[in-house]
Design a protein around this ligand. Structure first.
Ligand code: SAH
Length: 232
């Protein structure tokens, strides 16, 4: 018996439908880097196949866009390795009605993956030029359910709280209290915790006043810089 293809909860924007240029590379990335490493959620795999990762990079970096590693973007920041994007997204266990907060928009690639799997995404980036670049690419691709704010994401976005899922894509010394406060009951937060260079991925799940904590993979993210993160 064949299983039906996973469906995404937004109409595919026009550019995403033009799969011809990146489709085979994205499918190979999903097979060799994600399925091979036990990423199994069909919605996550479909979203990673759909988003044109190369468009989130500067033109000179595009030949490596689907390679098995993180890549530099503007302002000394990085776009995470595809496997890390998939692993973090899978741990958020998103449904199509979830409201998501992302801290560290960067290129906007992870925001696009989250946006295909949830109702809407609020993403906060501290660097104005990165926020503007991400906004441009997401607009070009037709994403209408991502709002990007510039500011210190360690404080979250109280006006739109609580969130069903919170993803922090920069490394923190500990989970910011403001973000824990903004997590809905049954909400999930994924955040790299450690020192400024290396971290482990922590998944927190709120059950009433209790937080379940589970560390999974080792990882390397740029530092989360802010009031409830690392100093400048
Ligand atoms: N998710 C991104 C990768 C993010 S790299 C992508 O898919 O491309 C981490 C980002 O976090 C950087 O852009 C950095 O500027 C940003 N950042 C660091 N501290 C922050 C803070 N306190 N608030 C918001 N963004 C922050």
């Amino acid at each position: 018996m064949s299983t039906p293809p996973p469906t995404l909860n937004v109409d595919e924007p026009a550019l995403l439908r033009d799969h011809a240029t990146h489709g085979p590379l994205a499918e190979q990335m999903v097979q060799r880097q994600l399925r091979a490493r036990q990423i199994e959620d069909p919605r996550v795999l479909a979203a990673m196949c759909t988003v044109p990762r190369h468009l989130f990079l500067d033109p000179d970096r595009r030949p490596d866009a689907y390679a098995d590693r993180a890549l530099p973007t503007r302002a000394g920041q990085t776009i995470s390795q595809p496997y890390m994007v998939a692993a973090m997204t899978e741990q958020l266990r998103l449904t199509s009605t979830d409201r998501v907060l992302e801290i560290g928009t960067g290129s906007g690639y992870q925001s696009a993956v989250l946006a295909l799997l949830s109702q809407n995404v609020i993403s906060i980036e501290r660097r104005t030029e990165l926020a503007a670049g991400a906004r441009h690419v997401l607009d070009t691709l037709g994403f209408t359910n991502v709002t990007i704010h510039t500011g210190d994401g360690t404080l979250g976005w109280p006006d739109a709280a609580p969130f069903d899922a919170i993803l922090v894509t920069a490394g923190a010394p500990e989970p910011p209290a403001a973000l824990i406060d903004q997590l809905a009951d049954r909400g999930r937060m994924v955040i790299p915790i450690g020192n400024r260079d290396t971290q482990s991925l922590l998944t927190l799940t709120r059950r009433g006043d209790h937080l379940d904590r589970r560390f999974t993979t080792d990882c390397r993210f740029v530092p989360l810089v802010g009031q409830q993160g690392w100093p400048e």
